[in-house]
Design a binder for this molecule. Structure first.
Ligand SMILES: [Zn+2]
Ligand SMILES: [Zn+2]
Length: 409
């Protein structure tokens, strides 16, 4: 807007306002916040009073609108500064909660004056507190993605911090079977602890998530965490090869500057022979989405056991016939409680026989992400078609399953 504080239209509104309301210069000037750049609202108020030749000045504590609130800016800045002192962060943003009474009065003035130049007292508080803190803290305000958002409740002198999560990318290998990827809460007590779960609140003693996250929580002072894996292997499957990508989300961390090299070493030492992590670095929200929606091919080593001695030629033929095939898998009963019942089409890119020994055989299978490998072998009572058991004419079961590579990441 090109209007100035000397314009007739502006002065008319100003005159009408100040004749009816006792306002401090801040609150008076704020009604014209969008007129003339480079001024504070207080300066605008002062200039307008001079232009209107009004001698009487109202101090903030006697102001009908803010009732002294605008004088508290330095006090609020200090409160926020204290509340941020135990955190590491790059950028911040200030928000404020202001008494309903004041907001109602603000609206009354807008309605009365019809001023199109006004801004809210909250906007002024946020901006002015932000300016002071930028100087004091030597940190920058960021409107888009602040590390910490500090919201001051002006009626109670209370600060509420909204701290952005710390996201860490890595890859994990799991050398032991029987460990789930994520925490499984006890189905009876949902984590509170009961007789059934021996008061651990958990179904399994530990998980990949906990083995990795515990040290990160310690070192960052985070309150909680969330584990975002790029797919998951079965509890009894090992995860080998190049490891599975994950993003660990640390909630409300105090510390953010991490020495990933050292942390990786520490975590690998603690979990020797069980788990190994690598490629640690900072991550972001987009990467979680990318990992969750990725369709990486997986390579598996499958040890199977058949009901009768396996014929070499038959098994090799069956393996070849699965190469490049699309299979249909109706939701297996073992996961039916958490997945929609439907037929999923999956690509089998490659299937090779590594070894055969009596009723045992080892296969290397490369398949689309989300393929149920155990069911591809057993047939799952006909719910997966085609399947290896049908192809060789002998029922087979997977006895060992390893993910040996995740491609395309
Ligand atoms: Zn005021
Ligand atoms: Zn329980």
């Amino acid at each position: 807007m090109n209007d100035t504080l000397a314009d007739k239209k502006v002065l008319q509104i100003a005159d009408k306002t100040i004749s009816n309301y006792h306002l401090c210069d801040h609150c008076f000037g704020r009604i014209f916040a969008k007129v003339d750049h480079g001024l504070t609202n207080q300066q605008r108020g002062e200039i307008l009073r001079n232009n209107l030749k009004i001698k009487k000045k109202f101090y903030s504590k006697n102001c009908w609108l803010c009732n002294g609130l605008i004088n508290e800016i330095v006090h609020f800045s200090n409160l926020i500064k204290d509340s941020l002192s135990s955190y590491e962060y790059e950028t911040f943003l200030v928000g404020s909660k202001v008494d309903e009474d004041i907001l109602d009065k603000e609206q009354e003035i807008v309605n009365f004056t019809g001023s199109e130049y006004t801004e809210s007292i909250k906007t002024e508080l946020n901006r002015e507190i932000g300016k002071i803190l930028e100087q004091n803290l030597k940190k920058e305000v960021n409107f888009e993605k602040p590390t910490i958002m500090a919201i001051i409740d002006t009626s109670f002198d209370e600060i509420n911090l909204q701290i952005s999560s710390l996201l860490i990318y890595g890859r994990y290998k799991k050398f032991k079977r029987g460990i789930p990827q994520t925490r499984w809460f006890c189905k009876i007590c949902y984590g509170k602890g009961c007789k059934r779960c021996n008061f651990s609140g958990k179904l399994y003693e530990t998980s990949v998530e906990e083995l990795i996250a515990n040290r990160f929580l310690e070192i960052t002072g985070g309150e909680d965490e969330s584990f975002h894996g790029c797919g998951r292997e079965d509890i009894d499957a090992r995860m080998l090869g190049n490891g599975r990508p994950f993003v660990l989300e640390i909630k409300n961390p105090k510390k953010r500057k991490l020495n990933f090299l050292q942390l990786g070493k520490e975590i690998n030492k603690i979990n020797k022979h069980t788990l190994e992590i690598s490629n640690l670095r900072y991550s972001n929200k987009d990467e979680i989405t990318r990992l969750k929606h990725s369709n990486f091919r997986k390579m598996y080593r499958v040890v199977l056991k058949s009901a009768k001695t396996i014929n070499n030629e038959k098994l090799k033929k069956a393996a070849i016939s699965l190469c490049g095939k699309k299979i249909g898998q109706f939701t297996p009963s073992r996961v039916a409680h958490r997945r929609a019942k439907m037929v999923r089409e999956k690509h089998i890119y490659d299937c090779k026989v590594e070894s055969i020994d009596g009723v045992m055989a080892t296969l290397i299978i490369e398949a689309e992400s989300g393929t149920y490998i155990k069911e591809l072998i057993s047939g799952d009572e006909g719910k997966t078609q085609p399947n290896l058991s049908d192809l060789i004419g002998i029922p087979c079961q997977v006895t060992e399953l390893d993910v040996i590579n995740i491609k395309g990441e």
